[in-house]
Design a protein around this ligand. Structure first.
Ligand code: ADP
Ligand code: MG
Length: 310
């Protein structure tokens, strides 16, 4: 049984941590322990992960020294986070597997994902990235670099980039051969590096793909038996921000879609996870689950979290 397991960026770097290397190792160690238990049970897994805090760190670092060194593009920043987090996860997972007596290696695959320049997001970018700016600074950057800014609820300005739909994962055949070799692939980090076809050749684009939607597509392409989205809450809730909060234990994709359309799940957090789960279940007829990283094994068995069925 093959499971695509998506790790949340926040589960890898808890909200209260500042991002020191020791904090990252500790968080990833915990994640690896949970994943190693799944592997010990005999499940095959492919690991994907978010990169929000890490790509934010790189962009802010580059923005804070604009005249000293050349600025790197967003696709390169995403590639850096795939290596960064991939290394943390692969190293920690191999150690935890060895501790459990499981002889299995992990491999990190920098992953490109095809998007279309016709995606409506390219006309109206929605995804905030990088640091916060005052109005004047934002105007200068938008004149000099062509960046698009949006005012955020706090009154500051942030760069926004398109978040197009993932259409195809270019490395899927490589991931399949790794699985045949009994290796745990770590792929599609940060939603993957977006590339688009421009006059017949593939070019990287300045955009960010949602990691949950990319994971869902990957699960379909790999013909996985399940998509498991692990995060920092025990599942999907209705009325999340009210005293009448209700955690869903089992739900049909069709029903969940109704709640989604009613606006129960905000974009940028639970929204894309719910959409990713619905899409996987609708396309394959198989199950998806959303739950706590710490309870990973229970979540994939359907004993914890929210199980989404056809
Ligand atoms: P990740 O880093 O794992 O992708 P996100 O922060 O993007 O995590 O999404 C998980 C967050 O979604 C939770 O921490 C929770 O605060 C928030 N959330 C918003 N609405 C809901 C909901 N209806 N049910 C559960 N969690 C929700
Ligand atoms: Mg997220």
């Amino acid at each position: 049984m093959l499971i695509v397991v998506a790790l949340g960026g926040n589960a890898l770097q808890p909200k209260e941590s500042r991002g020191y290397p020791e904090e990252q190792w500790a968080a990833v160690r915990k994640a690896a322990r949970a994943l190693a238990e799944i592997v010990r049970e005999g499940f095959e897994i492919v690991i994907t992960h978010g990169n929000g805090p890490q790509v934010g760190y790189l962009l802010e670092a580059m923005e804070s020294m604009p005249l000293k060194k050349p600025r790197q593009t967003l696709d390169l920043a995403v590639a850096m986070t795939q290596g960064w987090l991939g290394f943390l996860i692969a190293h920690s997972l191999e150690e935890e597997l060895a501790r459990l007596g499981v002889a299995k290696r992990a491999a990190v695959i920098p992953t490109r994902v095809l998007v279309s320049l016709d995606d409506p997001e390219f006309l109206n970018p929605s995804k905030p990235v990088g640091g916060y700016y005052g109005r004047e600074e934002a105007e200068v950057l938008s004149k000099t670099l062509g960046w698009i800014f949006k005012e955020d609820p706090r009154g500051d300005y942030r760069r926004v980039v398109p978040s197009p739909r993932p259409l195809k994962i270019l490395e899927t055949p490589i991931l399949k051969s790794l699985l045949e070799e009994n290796i745990v692939p770590i792929a599609a980090g940060g939603g993957g590096i977006p590339v688009a076809s421009v006059e017949g050749t593939l070019k990287p684009v300045e955009a960010v793909i949602d990691k949950d939607l990319a994971s869902s597509l990957l699960a379909v392409e790999l013909d996985a038996d399940m998509l498991a989205i692990l995060t920092d809450v025990p599942g999907v809730a209705l009325n999340y921000h009210t005293p009448k909060r209700l955690w869903l234990r089992r739900v049909k994709a069709r029903e969940l879609k109704k709640y989604y359309e009613r606006g129960e799940f905000p974009p940028g957090s639970m929204g894309p996870k719910v959409l990713a789960a619905i899409e996987f279940v609708e396309k394959t007829g198989r199950k998806a689950s959303i739950g706590l990283l710490e309870e990973a094994l229970k979540v994939v068995k359907g004993d914890s979290g929210t199980l989404i069925e056809a």
